[in-house]
Ligand binder design. Structure first.
Ligand code: FAD
Length: 316
């Protein structure tokens, strides 16, 4: 016990991620209040321990070795709506639960997030997005806690340095504590219809243990093929094939599939036969097996296309 918080020892990380992979954490705690968070941060500072902030673990691969620090799972999940225009959310709010409330209360603007099994804190950290939308389009302000001096800090959207699957929070060690989002009032049936359609396209993926897309899609301007990009047709010519470009990117899965890696297995890890940018855990996969497949994709895609695939998931 540290103050009013329980710090558990030697906790398996497997069941704390959607990948269902990983060793054990030396220390683990769950946090609801700011007071609790500051208490544990004081404790790790005193013990000079590393710490890792966990949302719902849907974008994380924990290695098979044990983590020698404290894993802090954020469960602050308050949802407050102001004048039907903005929401103030605890970082631990689980997106599927938020979306249910969006339907019920006719809060529009987050329909694209249907089927993303993460927290709002994790979504802001990596600027989660789907179907041409990103969380940055809705963020007004993010409040963090500095783990060194425990001061609350505030970042307006333009200060968050949002980019494709990135934000300033990837460079800072601050903990996202609160997120303010803009919503648009929308008839319930519209919201529901859009969510059902978006969710349907993720149904197969949601059946398996995974961390979603493993690699970032490839920005065509950063490849040797940029000169063959035709903005009118939104196509790029790669090795004599015309490939669709969406938002300036070609799907990482296309390159992996073109290397013949779809369905490739290593132990109990497999490059999904239904989506080459996803690695699935067939049951009991090791992190090392996933990492082998990640490196194989990177090696083969580089060899064939001279393109460096950038890993999107967080490996700890
Ligand atoms: C089936 C499936 C579908 C998916 N679909 C999509 C998709 O369409 N689009 C998309 O962008 N992603 C998608 N993902 C990936 C993932 O769900 C998102 O990235 C999600 O936003 C991660 O949230 P999380 O709470 O699970 O974060 P975690 O996985 O717990 O953490 C991810 C990173 O964020 C950091 N972090 C989390 N919370 C905080 C916080 N409060 N403060 C500071 N740092 C924090 C962690 O330290 C870690 O580095 C999918 C994943 C799965 C399994």
């Amino acid at each position: 016990m540290v103050g009013a918080i329980t710090i558990k020892r030697n906790i398996s990380l497997k069941n704390l991620t959607t990948f269902k992979i990983g060793g054990r954490a030396k220390y683990f705690t769950e946090i609801v209040s700011k007071k609790q968070l500051i208490q544990v941060l004081r404790w790790v500072n005193k013990k000079k321990l590393p710490f890792f902030v966990l949302g719902n673990g849907s974008n994380v691969l924990f290695k098979d070795d044990n983590y020698s620090g404290l894993v802090i799972k954020l469960n602050n999940s308050t949802i407050n709506c102001h004048q039907n225009k903005t929401l103030t959310l605890g970082a631990g709010v689980y997106l599927p639960e938020l979306l249910q409330k969006c339907v019920k209360n006719e809060w529009g603007g987050l329909e694209w997030a249907a089927g993303i099994p993460g927290t709002i804190g994790g979504a802001v950290y990596g600027n989660a997005g789907a179907f041409g939308h990103e969380i940055k389009d809705r963020v007004i302000r993010v409040t963090t806690i500095d783990p060194v001096n425990f001061i609350e800090k505030s970042y307006y959207s333009r200060q968050c340095q949002f980019g494709y699957r990135t934000s300033v929070f990837k460079q800072l060690s601050e903990i996202i504590w609160k997120v303010e989002l803009a919503i648009t009032p929308e008839p319930q049936s519209n919201i529901q219809q859009q969510m059902i359609a978006n969710l349907a396209s993720k149904q197969v993926l949601l059946k398996y243990a995974s961390a979603g897309s493993v690699f970032k899609n490839v920005l065509i301007q950063e490849t040797p093929y940029r000169n063959s990009y035709n903005p009118k047709t939104q196509e790029v010519k790669i090795l004599n094939q015309r490939i669709k470009v969406k938002g300036g990117k070609v799907s990482a899965g296309w390159f992996i599939e073109a290397c013949g890696l779809k369905g490739k297995k290593c132990g109990k890890a497999m490059i999904a036969p239904f989506h080459a940018n996803v690695i699935i855990n067939l049951g009991g996969a090791k992190a090392d097996e996933v990492i082998y497949l990640i490196e194989l994709c990177q090696r083969m895609v580089w060899k064939k296309f001279k393109i460096k695939l950038e890993v999107e998931i967080i490996i700890i």
